[in-house]
Design a protein around this ligand. Structure first.
Ligand code: C2E
Ligand code: CA
Ligand code: CA
Ligand code: CA
Length: 279
């Protein structure tokens, strides 16, 4: 640092200054990202592990800024959450994912379900149900072709509110997945109250599955729980054939990960799809 306060606190740490500066730039630039059309979606195939066929895709947002370059969602989603810009970004993501899914439905892939991530702050916006309904209607996409991924943390923020919203989506025909399952507050009581479709095993439990006894026990527990609750299970972060073998051995039938495909631009997703579809 260049200067120090009496208490010995570093006031002008160049590194910190840089971090604060970057954060400030991100915040400012993010406000215009939607209108300047700097966001785009990639689609990661979700796979039936038994057949290798594509059952759907997760939409993952990317921000391509002219000067900052490609900014990862891990960097800008937290900023968008804190500033509230997540509402506009989330709305764009929802609409674009539905529009794109409709295009692929029209191309003959009516089985595809598109999954959209909804973060905590976005979840607490009271008219999210209306926004979902509008996005589906404008795209002409059936609600059954949409799945919303939310984290345990978002749900636990206000369980009664979550129950109300998820019931609205369920009544509409939209599926709900709990993302990163096992990493949040694991209160199993709330699970029974929610009209869920899917649990997603977090990639942190999948990574060491072939060697790790504990991770295998966690995965097994999630699968047993899902069976009791009659939920589907999707494993995230499948990177190797060994991951596939262990998961199939445990009775997990669905997954996604680099072993099959990275998140892909729309044209590449379509090519992958046509190579991995049963006639
Ligand atoms: P997530 O929802 O858990 O998404 C999975 C992340 O794991 C994605 O990172 C994906 O690219 C990555 N991934 C997929 N397969 C593998 C694999 O085999 N190995 C490894 N190591 N990683 C894999 P990404 O795209 O950088 O997104 C990071 C997080 O940002 C997401 O985590 C999600 O929480 C958030 N996010 C992404 N898109 C959106 C969005 O449109 N809206 C909101 N609210 N959040 C989003
Ligand atoms: Ca997700
Ligand atoms: Ca996840
Ligand atoms: Ca994650």
């Amino acid at each position: 640092g260049r200067a120090r306060a009496d208490a010995g606190v570093t006031l002008f740490d160049p590194e910190m200054e840089e971090a604060v500066g970057r954060r400030h730039v991100l915040e400012r630039e993010l406000r215009h990202a939607v209108e300047r059309e700097e966001l785009r979606l990639l689609y990661q195939p979700k796979i039936d592990l038994g057949t290798g066929c594509v059952i759907g895709m997760e939409a993952l947002v990317r921000w391509q800024h002219p000067e900052l370059g490609l900014v990862s969602p891990a960097q800008f989603i937290p900023v968008a959450e804190e500033t509230g810009v997540i509402v506009a970004i989330g709305d764009w993501v929802l609409r674009e994912a539905c529009r794109q899914a409709r295009v692929w439905h029209d191309a003959g892939h009516k089985e595809l379900v598109v999954a959209v991530n909804v973060s905590g702050r976005q979840f607490r916006v009271h008219d999210l149900t209306d926004r979902i309904r509008a996005a589906l209607a404008d795209a002409g996409l059936p609600p059954q072709a949409l799945e919303v991924e939310i984290t345990e943390t978002a749900v636990m923020g206000d369980v009664s509110d979550a129950v109300r919203m998820l019931n609205e989506w369920h009544d509409m025909g939209v599926s709900v997945a709990i993302d990163d399952f096992g990493t949040g507050y694991s209160s199993l009581g709330y699970l029974r109250q929610l009209p869920l479709t899917t649990l997603k095993i977090d990639q942190s439990f999948v990574r060491d599955l072939p060697e790790g006894d504990t991770d295998r026990a966690v995965a097994r527990t999630i699968l047993q729980l899902a069976e009791v609750l009659d939920l589907k299970v999707v494993a995230e972060g499948i990177e190797t054939p060994a991951h596939v073998d262990v998961l199939k051995g445990l009775g997990c039938h669905l997954g996604q990960g680099y072993h099959y495909a990275r998140p892909l631009p729309p044209a590449d997703f379509l090519a992958f799809l046509e190579a991995h579809t049963v006639e």
